[in-house]
Design a protein around this ligand. Structure first.
Ligand SMILES: [Zn+2]
Length: 145
């Protein structure tokens, strides 16, 4: 699957993701974004099982597999991985960049500091760094709910 340069998320889903992040306080929060053709249709919230959840996040392998199964059953795919940075900006950390290369979907990061969403993807061909993905706010209020 080729990474996309654009991801579309409804206002409602963005509010849910921001709420999920804010409720986690000083800990990073995470979720899987299900959708199709670069548009998020549903969110699967996940627990951050990382041993250092203040500075990193991990999604349990069975949760990850379950998400792929749920997506397939509904004719969707995992279009993105969401996590939050409670006390820093929405740019990917070095750890994020490393994992982005092995999970080449769109990574959506919410900053608890600036309250903004940014999306990134690992460039094709294993080059270093990341490429910015445009977050399109879709007007369809509650689409697919
Ligand atoms: Zn991060």
């Amino acid at each position: 699957m080729r990474p996309r340069r654009e991801i579309s998320i409804s206002r409602k889903h963005m509010a849910e993701l921001a709420g999920h992040a804010e409720r986690a306080g000083a800990l990073e929060s995470c979720a899987l974004l299900l959708g199709a053709e670069g548009a998020v249709r549903d969110i699967l919230f996940a627990d951050n099982v990382d041993p250092r959840p203040e500075q990193s996040f991990s999604i349990a392998p069975d949760r990850l597999l379950g998400a792929y199964r749920a997506a397939e059953e509904r004719g969707l795919e995992v279009v993105g991985i969401f996590h939050s940075h409670p006390t820093s900006g929405a740019a990917p950390s070095d750890t994020d960049m490393r994992f982005m290369r092995t999970n080449p979907v769109v990574w959506v990061i919410y900053s608890g500091q600036t309250k903004e969403f940014r999306a990134h993807v690992a460039p094709e061909g294993g080059r270093g760094g990341t490429e910015t993905v445009t977050v399109v706010v879709s007007g369809a209020e509650g689409a697919g709910a």
